[in-house]
Design a protein around this ligand. Sequence first.
Ligand code: RFL
Ligand code: PHB
Length: 390
Amino acid sequence: MRTQVGIIGAGPAGLLLSRLLWLQGIDSVVLENRSRDYVEARIRAGILEQHTVDTLTAAGVGDRLRREGLEHSGIYLQHPGTRHKLDFPSLCGRSVWVYGQTEVTKDLIRAQLDGGPPLLFEVSDVVPEDVDGDSPRVRFTGADGTPQVLECEVVAGTDGFHGVSRPTVVAGTDSRTWERVYPFAWLGILAEAPPATDELIYAWHPEGFALHSMRSPSISRLYLQVSPDERIDDWSDDRIWANLATRFALEGWSLNTGRVIEKSVLPMRSFVSAPMRRGRLFLAGDAAHIVPPTGAKGLNLAVADVTLLATALVRLLQEKESDLVDAYSDTALRRVWRCTHFSWWMTSMLHRHGDDFDARLQLSQLERVCASEPAQRELAENYTGLPIGS
Ligand code: RFL
Ligand code: PHB
């Protein structure tokens, strides 16, 4: 088998990269080790920045997003007794969209299988080889058990945090990693309950952070800060609803409850690996970096990476110029570190940890953000997404 770009991993990063390249006349093959059903059902991100929406629309996969996605003009920041709205359009001229990552993935898979480049599910033993030369290849075992070789000009490692691509980059470069594992986790639920709020609520509370998000006018997505070793079986639905009601409590407001469709505990970490390239192997998305979900940045960062990478690969493969691929890692990492800082800052401000001194500092910071327009603008610009390349 031969193609121009071998893409490992069919998450949002790999699928969108394949689509952007195809629109520019560049062939690719996407290799995914899970099944289509599994990939489409993985519940994750929910907030899309303006540039992500624009990129998906320009790539021809924005129709359902424009129809079913919910445009949001801000967020609420809450601490006991106060719920303050940050109005993004008036602060920075941009907004965000609520549209589940599951839906983005379904739209990209449908477009790919409808006349797009090959997308192979349930492959195994995926290994990128000879990435230091001009003719790398990817070895893998097909879904039918047959060993295969994919000869390529470039390999894209979009296989997430636990994939095989980053270890290959780390093994062959002067690579460095940075990591922060947070001393808390999120317990997330999806519930058949109409959201009791027009905008997302990020709530600081002495018992821990809580987030009220949503997926549609009838489905809420809610999160509670819990300990990282918390067992999901210890959290009955009643216990979850009671904790949510306490942490979001505000006079004159009440939470809508309903059947819990899904619940899980998610660990939180920041992680960056540099460089994002070894020879002809390029990393993008969670394969190179992880942010805690508080800033809603992970999926958007993956989209920003592949937007840059697609442009750089078109220049390399069509114009035989290597300037943009040579700049790719440094350019991408500038945005990665900005988002890493923003996600760490939101996480640190909102999650209960440390002693009462830390709590007073967090409340002082929250009050400052709620009172100061420049402080709100700084949050709004980062949350809605800085321009690509900045
Ligand atoms: P993915 O989605 O992990 O996809 C990687 C794909 O590679 C496959 N794979 C392999 N395939 C072949 N061979 C191998 N050896 C392979 N190893 C792995 C995997 O099966 C998978 O299909 O990475 P990608 O594409 O870089 O996308 C990144 C995003 O998924 C991630 O950053 C976001 O979900 C993070 N995130 C959020 N991001 C946002 O922008 N806004 C949000 O509101 C937001 N909320 C969240 C989040 C992540 C969360 N969790 C679960 C950590 C909320 C949560 C709770
Ligand atoms: C979500 O809806 O899943 C979501 C929203 C905002 C975040 C994280 C997750 O910061």
